[in-house]
Design a protein around this ligand. Structure first.
Ligand code: S3P
Length: 173
């Protein structure tokens, strides 16, 4: 196996994928690919505008296309959007050339981390705490199915990055 397999961070909104991804990319000298940011740049608008103007299915199609593209490159730390698991073929594609790690956190900690944010369209409908619990519940089997898991609750981004790196190293040894 190539020693430059990708590290792919998946997990619910607010589990720290981007913060952890930045640290890992720095440490390994890999390229950081933040999927939401790439999609926004290419679409020329924010994720919230894509959801509002084009609809969620259009956004999922953009994610799917980007997964296919990124899965063909190596030496990347990929921070995926929280809904990447909704299309299981995304995880399968990433696994061919990468170690896919799911970051987890309790609903309370997720709420603390996203409380002030307004850029996540799926958390803007209804009461935030309730929405988080509902979505986590719906998606639980999909997150559970990801091969590697790292709990981030009560941990700093550095500690999370250490744990992910250890997972990555033992998976690519
Ligand atoms: C989503 C998560 C978001 C973003 C979009 C949809 C989801 O990414 O892709 O708002 O379905 O969970 P983050 O997990 O980076 O917030």
């Amino acid at each position: 196996m190539s020693s430059k397999k990708n590290i792919v961070l998946v997990g619910f909104m607010g589990t720290g994928k981007t913060a952890c991804g930045r640290l890992l990319a720095e440490r390994l000298g890999y390229r950081l690919r933040e999927m939401d940011a790439i999609i926004e740049e290419r679409a020329g608008k924010k994720i919230s505008a894509i959801f509002a103007e084009d609809g969620e299915p259009a956004f999922r199609a953009m994610e799917r296309e980007l997964v296919r593209e990124l899965a063909g490159e190596e030496g990347q730390v990929i921070a995926a959007g929280g809904g990447i698991v909704l299309q299981p073929e995304n995880i399968r594609d990433f696994e061919r050339n990468g170690v896919v790690v799911c970051l987890r956190a309790t609903p309370e900690e997720i709420l603390d981390r996203v409380r002030a944010d307004q850029h996540r369209p799926l958390l803007e409908e209804g009461e935030k705490a309730q929405r988080i619990r509902e979505l986590l519940e719906q998606r639980k089997p999909l997150y559970d199915a990801v091969p590697h898991q790292v709990d981030t609750t009560g941990h700093t981004p550095e500690q999370v990055a250490d744990a992910v790196l250890e997972t990555y190293r033992s998976a690519t040894r």
